[in-house]
Every structure is written in structure tokens, then in C-alpha cells.
Design a protein around this ligand. Structure first.
Ligand SMILES: [Zn+2]
Length: 738
């Protein structure tokens, strides 16, 4: 237990207690002082704390960092002292916002959590500057970056500040109710000035303490006290999702005067601050109000100013601050570029280009090393790119991959993304009768348009996506010639054979908490074939945390348009039971080896089409390759037990069954279906899997026996790599994983 007593401005004595177990006594050192400082601040700047004591109790809490009750606050487990301080300030602050000012925190959570978050930041900063405390964790840093609001707003996923708590998505509850409200009040505070803002808050407190204020009540107090029309704040800021972006329009330096005009890039109608600076310290700030028609004049000698900035302290929650500065002596007055390692978080005042090392591996190029040049960050830019040219140490040539995309939103907020993907690696090598290996490569260029259809209800777990993608794929031929001299065939690199394909894919996803499912319908068309596929996925949750049963189903139909006498030319387009490299004619997957006959790398499969795990690629007609129709069921189960040891991977059981047109005739055994079953090691959340088949149907068994004899067990172990399924242009989805 720790106690601090403090005398409030009205001479009342308050006893502040914190109760905690000895195990966290270091974290809680000074915690009662944080309570008293918070009470002191809010009593001085909002209104008197009417009680004689306040307590903080370290407890076992699962709902967030803390939970407020009048006079008492329960605090859950926190990572460090800095976070504990923030949580205490926040929870003690609730005595004012929700306790004394009894607004309805379910119907108008911003009046409670939002205003409280504004004061939390102010007090936190004040105490930290007093104690020069620097320790802080990553999450605190992220919220300090004001990251959540831009993250949701840039994706048009934001909701208005005014709304019922049950209607918010998880990200919006944090990003809008807490963060954006806090920033809007800081904006209002800066515009009105500390004194007038405080006068408003004090009148609001006096008028509504121990009562139930509504949004119109706080608005009335602010507008009466200031004598201003604050519709920009309450209508645009609180009641709408209007985005904010102001830009410097024109700056004119005269001898004793600087004229600045501002451009409003959105339909938001709030005031904007303009500051003139010298060596990054503000000399003077003025506000310009809607409709921003006239220039603002600073009576300053232009030699005393080297920069003009709008929204200098970034209290206005703008989504773009790149256009806020005018640098007098810079070559480009308005635009700024910088290059840095890694990536960055938050809204920045410069165009950033990021660099990272990149490396790769495949059978032909072997190890590759290069540079990843990108602008992918959080929140996302509308235009994004990631280019990874690499040097291959085996082929001594440049290979690599890259993607760029531009996203925008329709009026109904559906998201459209135009993207283009490019890729070129080697996929074949031969040394037949020649001294040095030759390598042939492929080049892929694939433009696409995807449309994410948004549900009207933001909390909806349903998403629908339609994708159109065109593929131009150039595969380099390897030709063979025979010279009379030694009468052996020698390979040489030939021309690139271009091919075109297209896919149209519709995906429906319901990511509800229990038993989520998805399905997709996909049409793939080439010059001589059409393939239709329907895939469904269902996850059935067990009554155990993190344990589930997964069902996948596939049904495919193939149409052949070619009129040649060699139907086998189209084999790579056929439906397949086991999706191995030879069927990846679109080069959508990352296969380590594409044209090898044997070796562990050839046992790489993808969970596409039949989803079987056994590669029978050495057969002239691999098992389950079909030019008519194919259907499959794939079952995966977590082990529905609490394992006694913690493994670095997820141990699962799998079972696959597949049947296809004429199966009884095509399968040597005469069986009408094939199956396999075994153990699966699921690593990195499904990004990599290792499959150990333990049971399989007769056709697979006979294949293994005839090709590999007694060594067949290891040849049946398969693996999959699913990194290609990560969409790097959708970084916001990566955030949602946490
Ligand atoms: Zn709260």
C-alpha cells in the first residue's frame, strides 16, 4: 500500500491510496502520487473533486488496462511503469467524465472515454516532463504516434466520433472514440486558447456535474461561453467522418510582411493554424477560418523566417501533412523526400522511400541477394510499391520480383485497387553435353483490378472481393541442335514464348468469431482452355481455446479448346489432385524448384484444387490429373487436447480424398477415388507446413513402391510455403492479426 495526501485548490484534503501485491511494488512506486497529481490537475482545470479519497487497486482484470468505478479503480497487469502511469491517469480521470459528469458511456462514449483521453494525454505529458521519465513500451509509442485514426481513416473504415459503443469496430473504438476525440479536443483547445477552453470546460462541469449531459448540452455550453459558431467542431468533427487535409497554397515574402494562403483539400470546415518559423522554433501563429479566402499576413521581416508551416504542432488530425510546409531556402519549397532503412509508422511530412536487404532462394538461381525498395508503411499510402531486384549467385544475372498498386474508394466506400505485379526468375537449367550450365528464365507481368465490396455495417464480419487479373507470361525456350561433327544434341537458349491468361475470381468471406467460413469461385482462361473452380473453407471451433476442425472442399471443371493431335500439350492446365510446381503456369506460387525430376524440393505442394499431398509427377499421367472434372475434400484437425509441452509449431492431423472423371478407369487399382492421411506440422500460422502421410490409397502406395522401393517413406513427405498468399499492399490486415 502507498498513500499520498494532497490539498485541492478549494482547500479540501484528499487521501490517495494504491494497493498492490509485493510482486509489483517496483512498478507501483510513486503510484499514489500519480493519483494525487491527476486529481490536482483536473480539480484545477475542470472542476473540484468532491470526495475525500481515491484508490487504485492492482487486480486481476481481463478487460483492458484498467476499469473505473467512482473513487476506486482496478488496474490489470501492465508492462511497465510508464504504462501504469498512463492507465492510472486515465482511470482516475473517469471520476470526472462518466462519474461526476454522468454522460451515457454506451450511447455517447466520446463524451466519456474521448474527453478523458484528451486529459489523459495532457496530464501524462505534464507528469513525464516533471519527472523526465523516458521508459516507454512499443504500444505507448504507437498511441503516441496517433496511428490508429489515420490507419482506419486512410482505408475509409472510420466511423464518426458520435456513435454508440456497440456499433464500433475494435480498431475504431480505439482509433475514433479515444484517439480522434482526444485529438479533436486538443485542436479545439489550441484554436480557442488554453484560457477560453478551460473556461468552457469549467462552465460545462459546473452546469452538468451530478447530472446527465448529452452532446447538445456540451455544445451549448461551448458555443455560449465562446460566442462562436462551433459547427465545424460538432457537425464536421464529431458527427461526421469528414477527413481533414489543409495545404499551403501560396507564400509571398515581402520586405516587412509575409502573406500566406491556404487551400482546403477536403470538405471539412474547421480553422487552421499558420505558423512562421525560424530554425524550427515558432515565431508567430495565426488562425485562418473557413472559407479561407484571404491570405493571412505576418508583419515580420522576411529575413527572420525560414519556414512557413500549417498545423505546426500537429494537433489538427490531418490525414496528410506532406503539404503543410513551405521552406524558403529549399530547392523544392513544398516537397520533401527522404530515404531510410526499414519502414516507418504514422503520418509523415516527407515522401519516404525505404530500403531493406532482400534475399531469396530457388533451385536454379540458388541464393539471391539484393535490395528491397519500397514505400510500404502504416498507415498505407494510396500508391504503394515494393521492388526487389536481386543478384543470383548461380546464374550471375539479375532476377527479382515487384509489385505496385493504387487504391481508391467509390462514393459507397467500396475499395478499388489497381495493381501490377512483375516477376522473373530462372526455372530451368541443363548441362547436357555442354561445359557450362545454361539457365532459362520466365518473365511475368500481371496487371489486376480488385474490388472490395464493403458492408454498410462497419462491424460486419462479411467481405466480398472481386478480382480481375491478366497474365502475360514469357517463358524462355531451350532448344537442342545436333552438329554433324560429334552427333550429340546440345542445348542452347531460344526465344521467349509469350502466353496470355486471365482470371476472374469472386471471394466471399465471413470471419465471424465462431465457425468462420469462406468460398470462392474462380474462372481461369487461356488461349486454349477454360477452368472453373469452386472452393469452400469452414472452420469449426472445438470447445477448447485455439483448437478447431477445418473443412475444405473443391470442385473443378475443365474445358479444352485446342484442336491439335497432341492433347498432352495442355497438361499443365488440367485439373490436378496434387498441386505441384508443374501446374503453376501462372507463376503465382513460390516454388523452390519448377522443372526438376527428383529431390526433396519437388515434394512442394500448394493447397489448391485437389489438395492431395503426394506428388506422382514422374508418371506420364500423374494420379488425379484430369481434363474433365475433379472434386476433393480436405480435412484438418487440431489435436483436441491440451498438449503437455509447448511446440514451436502446431501439430495437426490431415485427411484428403479426391475423385475425378473416369477415376475407376484412370486409376490402375480400379478404385474410384484416392486418399491420403497423416500428420501435419503447421508453422508460422500456416505460412509453412510439413505433411507426413501415414495412410494412403493403393494407387499412391503402388507408385511409391515402383519408383522409390523401400525408400518411399521420405519421398512421400510433402511441404507447402504460403508466403505468396501475403498481400504486402494490405498492411492494415497484418495489424488486424494482432
Ligand atoms: Zn476509459
Amino acid at each position: 500500500m502507498e498513500q499520498s495526501d494532497d490539498t485541492l485548490p478549494n482547500q479540501q484534503l484528499v487521501h490517495c491510496f494504491s494497493y498492490f501485491p509485493p510482486s509489483v511494488k517496483n512498478q507501483y512506486k510513486g503510484s499514489s502520487k500519480v493519483i494525487s497529481k491527476t486529481i490536482q490537475y483536473l480539480s484545477t482545470h475542470v472542476g473540484d473533486y468532491p470526495y475525500k479519497h481515491a484508490s487504485v487497486v492492482a487486480g486481476h482484470l481481463l478487460a483492458g488496462g484498467g476499469m473505473e468505478y467512482p473513487n476506486v479503480t482496478v488496474i490489470g497487469k501492465v508492462s511497465d511503469r510508464a504504462t501504469l502511469q498512463t492507465v492510472i491517469i486515465h482511470e482516475v480521470g473517469h471520476n470526472w467524465f462518466y462519474g461526476i459528469l454522468g454522460s451515457n458511456e454506451r450511447d455517447h462514449p466520446w463524451m466519456d472515454e474521448g474527453i478523458n483521453s484528451f486529459y489523459e494525454k495532457v496530464i501524462d505529458k505534464k507528469i513525464k516532463s516533471e519527472s523526465e521519465q523516458t521508459e516507454s513500451n512499443l504500444l505507448a509509442k504507437l498511441s503516441g504516434e496517433n496511428l490508429l485514426y489515420p490507419l482506419v481513416a486512410m482505408q475509409e473504415e472510420d466511423q464518426a466520433i458520435e456513435g454508440k459503443s456497440a456499433e464500433y469496430t475494435k480498431l475504431n473504438y480505439g482509433g475514433i472514440v479515444y484517439e480522434k476525440t482526444g485529438r479533436m479536443f486538443q485542436y479545439l483547445n489550441d484554436y480557442l486558447g488554453d484560457d477560453l477552453f478551460e473556461k468552457c470546460m469549467k462552465s460545462y462541469f459546473e452546469k452538468w456535474k451530478f447530472k446527465h449531459p448529452y452532446p447538445q448540452d456540451i455544445r451549448a455550453v461551448f458555443e455560449t461561453t465562446t460566442g462562436k459558431d462551433l459547427s465545424w467542431f460538432f457537425d464536421d468533427g464529431i458527427n461526421s467522418t469528414k477527413k481533414i487535409d489543409f495545404a499551403i497554397h501560396h507564400v509571398q515574402f515581402n520586405k516587412e510582411q509575409i502573406a500566406v494562403s491556404v487551400k482546403n483539400k477536403t470538405n471539412f470546415t474547421g480553422p487552421v493554424s499558420i505558423s512562421v518559423l525560424k530554425k524550427d522554433s515558432i515565431i508567430e501563429t495565426k488562425w485562418i477560418e473557413y472559407p479561407y479566402q484571404n491570405a493571412v499576413y505576418f508583419q515580420t521581416n522576411s529575413n527572420d523566417v525560414d519556414k512557413v508551416t500549417i498545423n505546426a504542432n500537429e494537433s489538427i488530425p490531418e490525414l496528410k501533412i506532406l503539404n503543410n510546409e513551405y521552406r524558403k531556402n529549399a530547392l523544392f519549397h513544398k516537397s520533401k523526400w527522404n530515404l531510410r532503412l526499414g519502414s516507418s509508422l504514422g503520418i509523415k511530412n516527407a515522401n519516404q522511400v525505404f530500403l531493406l536487404p532482400s534475399f531469396g532462394y530457388n533451385y536454379y538461381d540458388q541464393w539471391m541477394l539484393g535490395l528491397l525498395v519500397h514505400n510500404i508503411k502504416l498507415p498505407n499510402n494510396r500508391f504503394q510499391y515494393a521492388l526487389a531486384p536481386m543478384y543470383s549467385f548461380a546464374t550471375k544475372e539479375i532476377v527479382g520480383t515487384g509489385v505496385m498498386g493504387y487504391s481508391f474508394f467509390t462514393k459507397s466506400l467500396h475499395k478499388l485497387t489497381f495493381a501490377i505485379q512483375g516477376k522473373s526468375f530462372h526455372n530451368y537449367s541443363t548441362k547436357l553435353n555442354i561445359p557450362n550450365t545454361i539457365y532459362s528464365r520466365y518473365i511475368k507481368i500481371a496487371p489486376s483490378l480488385s474490388i472490395d465490396f464493403r458492408e454498410k455495417i462497419r462491424r460486419s464480419p462479411i467481405s466480398n472481393t472481386l478480382l480481375f487479373k491478366y497474365f502475360s507470361i514469357w517463358e524462355q525456350n531451350v532448344n537442342f541442335s545436333k552438329l554433324n561433327k560429334d552427333s550429340v544434341y546440345k542445348p542452347y537458349l531460344g526465344a521467349f514464348g509469350p502466353k496470355s491468361y486471365g482470371i476472374v475470381e469472386f471471394q466471399h468471406k465471413n470471419s465471424r468469431t465462431l465457425n468462420p467460413y469462406s468460398y470462392n469461385i474462380k474462372a481461369t482462361i487461356g488461349e486454349s482452355f477454360l477452368k472453373l473452380g469452386l472452393t469452400g473453407n469452414l472452420k469449426v471451433n472445438y470447445h477448447l481455446p485455439d483448437k478447431a476442425f477445418y473443412v475444405r472442399g473443391f470442385l473443378g471443371k475443365y474445358f479444352d479448346f485446342q484442336n491439335t493431335t497432341y492433347p498432352a500439350l495442355n497438361r499443365r492446365y488440367y485439373l490436378n489432385a496434387s498441386s505441384t510446381a508443374s501446374y503453376d503456369f501462372l507463376y503465382e506460387e513460390n516454388y523452390l524448384s519448377r522443372n526438376q525430376q527428383n529431390g526433396f524440393m519437388t515434394q512442394q505442394i500448394t493447397m489448391e484444387e485437389g489438395g492431395m499431398k503426394v506428388n506422382t509427377g514422374l508418371l506420364a499421367s500423374p494420379i488425379g490429373e484430369n481434363d474433365n472434372w475433379l472434386g476433393a475434400v480436405n480435412l484438418v484437425s487440431d489435436i483436441p487436447l491440451k498438449l503437455p509441452v509447448k511446440l514451436p509449431f502446431k501439430l495437426q492431423l490431415f485427411f484428403d480424398a479426391c475423385t475425378y472423371a473416369n477415376a475407376g478407369k484412370l486409376n490402375v487399382s480400379g478404385q474410384k477415388a484416392v486418399y491420403d492421411a497423416g500428420v501435419q506440422l503447421n508453422m508460422f500460422n500456416g505460412m509453412a507446413n510439413l505433411y507426413v502421410p501415414l495412410l494412403m490409397s493403393k494407387d499412391y502406395k503402388d507408385y511409391g513402391k515402383s519408383i522409390y522401393g523401400n525408400k518411399r517413406f521420405s519421398h512421400n513427405i510433402a511441404f507447402s510455403l504460403n508466403f505468396s498468399k501475403l498481400n504486402f499492399l494490405k498492411t492494415q490486415n497484418i495489424v488486424k492479426l494482432f
